[in-house]
Design a protein around this ligand. Structure first.
Ligand code: NAI
Length: 335
């Protein structure tokens, strides 16, 4: 049976980059038919309708049906997968509190609509920023849907980190494994290479041969480069990351639904923003990026690592930011 996928923000840029790859089978595989529900706000409907026309023109054999709507009850009806991409961007002069409030007004009602209308196996990926806190808001509003069914995209950060390591080591990206993103999808995120490997060897050893002082390179070059890559793309391209964000969304959902062992091996992992049960000292209930494995459609946090003191400090800073975002949303009376 076809998988029903709801995409919010389907008339926007990431939506446009994502839809055709889903229809081509990149996300769920070449044998999995899909039904698409494109959910927009009224101002975005024409653009989503245009994308739907182009989907027809793609004559995608896996694509069984496309529906465009601005009604969340219709948009989430029977959804097995929901990709929450549509969000309110930060406008000029907008404070963080205003941004959180505007997004709470989107992700709260969407969480409720998912609980009321989606399929019982629904899995929700939040891409729209601030992604971690938007996931927390949607999960809190989705009565009866386990919070573990919601995750926030930090795979783009992981992909960026892997690519930067490959460049620094002059190694193929496929040889780099085990990079982890901790915390918030924001400038405070911590891209952690302590368990990363290149061709099975610790990355840090090879880095030392290339850059000399590994810690100085991590602090001065690598971490800021990864954390500020979104701003760099805007500066160079004149527009935000779109195709790479769509690509990371494909990677995230493919691993979640198909299992991380397929691409990362049974001992491998990826990174995703998932609800904390207190792992690594992250307060319970926050949606934070962790090392995760997907087994049978569930994210499981990889436990038992002992981050060193500098890693702890970076993780704490990002977790503090997540807690502040949660508190700001609580003050709005949303949680
Ligand atoms: P965009 O502005 O091109 O598109 C957003 C679309 O969402 C618009 O068509 C808008 O009409 C729609 N929308 C707004 N509110 C909606 C609602 N309540 N229901 C349904 N649709 C709604 O933006 P773009 O470039 O596609 O980015 C989307 C989001 O993804 C942004 O929040 C961006 O910051 C975020 N992002 C997240 C990344 C991540 O790694 N987590 C990476 C890159 C972008």
């Amino acid at each position: 049976m076809a998988t029903t996928i709801t995409l919010t923000g389907a008339g926007g840029q990431i939506g446009y980059a994502l839809l055709f790859r889903i229809a081509a089978g990149d996300m769920l595989g070449p044998d999995e038919p899909v039904r698409l529900r494109l959910l927009e706000i009224p101002q975005g409907l024409r653009a989503a309708e245009g994308a739907a026309l182009e989907l027809q023109d793609g004559a995608f054999e896996l694509l069984e049906h496309v529906e465009v709507t601005d009604d969340p009850a219709v948009g989430f009806d029977g959804a097995n997968l929901a990709l929450l991409v549509g969000a309110r961007p930060r406008g000029p002069g907008m404070e963080r509190g205003d941004l959180l409030a505007a997004n709470a007004g989107i992700f709260g009602p969407q969480g409720s609509a998912i609980a009321a209308h989606a399929a019982s196996d629904v899995r929700v990926t939040v891409v729209g920023n601030p992604a971690n806190t938007n996931a927390l808001i949607a999960a809190s509003a989705a009565d009866g849907v386990p919070a573990e069914r919601f995750s926030a995209l930090t795979r783009l950060d992981e992909n960026r980190a892997r690519a930067q390591l490959a460049l620094a080591l002059d190694a193929p990206v496929a040889s780099i494994r085990g990079v982890t993103i901790w915390g918030n999808h924001s400038a405070t995120q911590f891209p952690d290479i302590s368990r990363a490997s290149v061709d099975g060897e610790p990355v840090a050893e090879r880095l030392a041969q290339r850059v000399g002082d590994v810690r100085a390179w991590l602090e001065g070059t690598f971490i800021p480069r990864v954390a500020r890559r979104g701003a760099e793309i805007i500066d160079v391209r004149g527009s935000s990351s779109v195709a790479s964000a769509a690509n990371a969304t494909i990677d995230h959902v493919r691993d979640w639904t198909g299992g991380t062992d397929r691409r990362h091996g049974p001992d491998g992992w990826t990174s995703a923003g998932v609800v904390s049960h207190g792992e690594y000292g992250v307060p319970e209930g926050l949606v934070s990026s962790f090392p995760v494995r997907a087994i049978d459609g569930d994210w499981r946090i990889v436990e038992g690592w002992e981050p060193d003191a500098p890693a702890r400090a970076r993780m704490s800073a990002s977790i503090a930011e997540l807690a502040e975002e949660r508190d700001a949303v609580r003050r709005l009376g949303v949680l």
